[in-house]
Ligand binder design. Sequence first.
Ligand code: KG4
Ligand code: ZN
Length: 401
Amino acid sequence: MPGVQVPHRPPVKILAIETSCDETAVSVVSVSGTPEAMSFALLGDALYSQASKHAEFGGVYPNLAKREHQKNLVPLTVRALTEAKLFKTHSQHSSIYGTMLERVREEEFKKDIQTFLETTQKPDIDLIAVTNGPGLEPALWTGVVFAEALSRAWNITLAGIDHMEGHIVSGLVKKTESTYKVENFSFPVLGLLISGGHTEFVLMKKWFSYELVGRTKDDAVGEAYDKVARLLGLPYPGGPQVDVYARNAEARGAESGLTLPRPIIFEQSCDFSFSGLKTAVLYKLKEMGELSDQDKERVAQEFQNAVRDVLVSKTRRALTETGARALAVGGGVSANTYIRDALHHMILDEFPNLHFGYPDKTLTGDNAIMIGIAAGIRALHGRLPNEETITARGSRSLSGK
Ligand code: KG4
Ligand code: ZN
């Protein structure tokens, strides 16, 4: 919901909070520059990954994610503010009224937030930004009610930010030391979002306008990685594990000697489908019987090559169909440098004038920096969402589809 507002005057200091899945993250970023040349200094950053806690369930367990977010939000906020030199305790307790915390339901979480607010001075922050979807709803709500309590107690503006917008803008900034600068590129920008919950192309003709160009009909690419990892007996999160196995095979220099399908690669659309690829892996493994580590590596290699081929081919198609002048890749799977290099080569060969936007490794997985950056870009454009109360929506979609 774009609000018609006066742009914030830089520098704008933002406290950003991300709890959409199994990473609890809090960052402080300071935005400066103009809408034509924006830059973001990272003042404080604290992230806790719950991945190992979810590993025994083979995937993210929403209620566990929520409990872990509740446990970690206060300490991570203290850490991020301390790093930003913005954390000061109160000598006198201030009064925190029930209405400030009215949407925090769990007693223990409420008590933690209350103690934190009663003993902490209002920091020098201009804006609080929180992910309000898409993601796991119980996890999202935790961040939203926490951010809302801080915003009410400190009387600081609160903005809900779309997680996928965070992933897209991550591909449009370049990091030098602890500063992220928005790069020089021209619209339209094609966003390629590849994460555990999403695989889609969105076209951005200008800031904050999104058109859906194509998406997966079934599994997200990260989900396919995670499922294939499970079939290979590798722990959650599977993407990085499959990646390592595939590279081991690649390093031996041999072809995998296996063939897996490249689903709907020749279909005249920018859509994807990955569930058939995962099923093909299942059948291939059954056919192969007892597996050595090298066999597993060959399967991982062929799977990763199939994913690479589909992503490269569909990106080529989407770029051609949309006439985009920049590509911005984002989402957890963008941590895969094998896929990054394949996309980059195709672009250098076939679209030499296109801007190739790829996230720094601090921005590939879920993090709060990207939420701060997205909020900062909106603040400088006067386009922060102006909602009275923020609603967490698990199925929120950038393009409204
Ligand atoms: O964006 P993200 O951190 O969370 C969601 O918003 O979904 O993406 C997580 C996904 C997981 O499926 C994980 O297995 C995958 O990103 N992933 C990878 C790699 N690192 C993380 N997939 C392939 N190769 C990687 N190196
Ligand atoms: Zn994500």
